[in-house]
Design a protein around this ligand. Structure first.
Ligand SMILES: C[S@@+](CC[C@H](N)C(=O)[O-])C[C@H]1O[C@@H](n2cnc3c(N)ncnc32)[C@H](O)[C@@H]1O
Length: 466
């Protein structure tokens, strides 16, 4: 953690501050923005790992850090220049959760703030951080029985704690705490079972060369777990498209949806599937690998374009088409496809392990607004699915509004609507997930399943074909 010509640790903190600024200014997702910022900084591996850890922790604990800083600073954080607020949060995380001595944490952070924002800010940053170091033991933490108190202890806004308590009851705390764990890298072997076994052997060999050992995924046969300190882009199998990075929960959804379509439907050749919200394409390609002819749609042209490029770079099936379309108005006739996957836009609270900043970007009104879109997507899916086919609804979140309440609108739809012709069918999720009280769908969560917090409910359409 040293820098030629500079005090130890300053280069990592400077890179972390620059990355935090970039993520804030562009409202960018942390993972790609951090990678780009660290590539530019050209740090040695140890500094790079430290900078990445500091960025993720600072983003994850933003609310708690802001609260603690406001207890010791005379100036409210919202009145502080954004780059200075970033520096204060970076320093506060080290003082509240880091392992290095206070002096080193403060001096390196102050030096990094000087590098990024100029010498004029160093006095203020130094003063506030020293104040926090002195007052840390006397902070008036609210009772964790309150939503605010638990939120500050676990690093979530109070409204998310309230939503988790409403959804999971006493399990809310473990679910939220597991959202702070490092998820590790999960790979799904592409291709059929034969290719998969060969690939798993190959992966083990590749990893052994790096001194690593893959572990089997608990639920999905096609997946391997590589731990959190692996860069999957360095694996030849990933670069060549023989394996893809995909969380086990998403792999389980793709496999379960593919297995629901009627194998008897051979009159038109391949079974036809529509992935109504397909980008970046993880589940659509998985469906294609299972032998379905897949139309992968996305409303956003940029995302659909990136998916088309990825499909072209790693062609796994001739029967995978990409197009731009709104899943609420599909360019398809009634009763024309065998499977509709609605992997809908959602708050994403089930993937906070990978996107720690997301919890501070989602707003309390978002679950309701997204639930309305999800309902419209499912109504359209019910229209285009053919009798004997299936509709699968999945979201990578757990709020009641986006899960059970949406399913309720499908299952209580009035006679005469396309949704009324749907009958529930249990997807095979390899034993993962649980049913929460009053909700027929399956909720996966990181505390029990070790996966992203994905929710799934599937239906068959009309009478099954003979
Ligand atoms: C959860 S992501 C899908 C992930 C994808 N199924 C996968 O496994 O890689 C949701 C996607 O829905 C798209 N989307 C949002 N609103 C949409 C709409 N009305 N119609 C179609 N796609 C939409 C977003 O652009 C986003 O790419």
């Amino acid at each position: 953690m040293s820098e030629p010509g500079g005090p130890p640790g300053v280069a990592a903190r400077t890179a972390a501050l620059r990355a935090l600024g970039r993520i804030r200014r562009d409202a960018a997702w942390s993972q790609p923005a951090l990678r780009a910022a660290l590539d530019r900084a050209g740090l040695p591996a140890e500094d790079r790992a430290l900078a990445a850890a500091l960025v993720y922790e600072t983003l994850r604990w933003e609310g708690t850090l802001d609260w603690a800083l406001e207890q010791v600073s005379s100036r409210p954080l919202r009145k502080v220049e954004p780059v200075v607020a970033d520096a204060l949060r970076l320093g506060a995380w080290q003082l509240l959760h880091g392992r290095q001595p206070d002096r080193a944490a403060v001096s390196t952070t102050v030096a990094a703030a000087g590098e990024v924002a100029g010498k004029r800010v160093t006095g203020f940053v130094n003063g506030v951080l020293r104040g926090l170091a002195r007052g840390r033991e006397r902070l008036p933490w609210p009772d964790p029985a309150t939503d605010e108190g638990l939120g500050l202890r676990l690093g979530y806004p109070a409204w998310i704690v309230a939503a988790a308590r409403a959804r999971f009851g006493e399990r809310a705390e473990p679910v939220l705490a597991a959202g702070n764990d490092a998820p590790g890298v999960m790979l799904r072997a592409t291709g059929g079972p034969a290719a998969r076994d060969a690939l798993l052997d190959e992966l083990r060999a590749e990893l052994r060369v790096q001194g690593l050992e893959p572990a089997p995924a608990p639920h999905a046969a096609a997946s391997v777990h590589l731990g959190s300190n692996v860069d999957p882009d360095r694996l030849a199998s990933v670069r060549q498209g023989r394996a893809v990075v995909q969380d086990e929960a998403s792999t389980l959804v793709g496999a379960a949806a593919g297995a629901l379509t009627p194998a008897t439907r051979t009159d038109r050749g391949r079974r036809r599937a529509v992935d109504a919200c397909a980008a970046p394409g993880g589940k659509a390609t998985h469906l294609a690998e299972q032998g379905l002819a897949v139309l992968a749609l996305d409303r956003h042209a940029g995302r659909a374009g990136a998916m088309a490029d990825e499909v072209a770079a790693h062609p796994r099936s001739a029967a995978l088409g990409v197009a731009v379309a709104d899943g609420r108005a599909l360019p398809l006739p009634d009763a024309s496809v065998d499977l509709v996957l609605v992997d809908a836009p959602c708050t994403g609270l089930g993937v906070v392990r990978r996107r720690p900043e997301l919890r501070w970007r989602v707003a309390p009104q978002d679950p309701g607004e997204l639930a309305a879109i999800q309902q419209a997507l499912l109504a359209e899916a019910a229209r285009v699915v053919a009798p004997g086919g299936a509709v699968c609804y999945s979201v990578c979140t757990w709020t009641h509004q986006e899960t059970a309440a949406v399913v309720e609108t499908v299952e209580a739809a009035p006679p005469g609507t396309p949704q009324a012709a749907l009958t529930p069918v249990e997807p095979d999720l390899g034993g993962a997930g649980t049913q929460l009280p009053g909700d027929p769908g399956i909720q996966l969560a990181p505390d029990r399943d070790g996966t992203d917090g994905m929710y799934v409910r599937c239906w068959h359409a009309g009478p099954a074909e003979a």
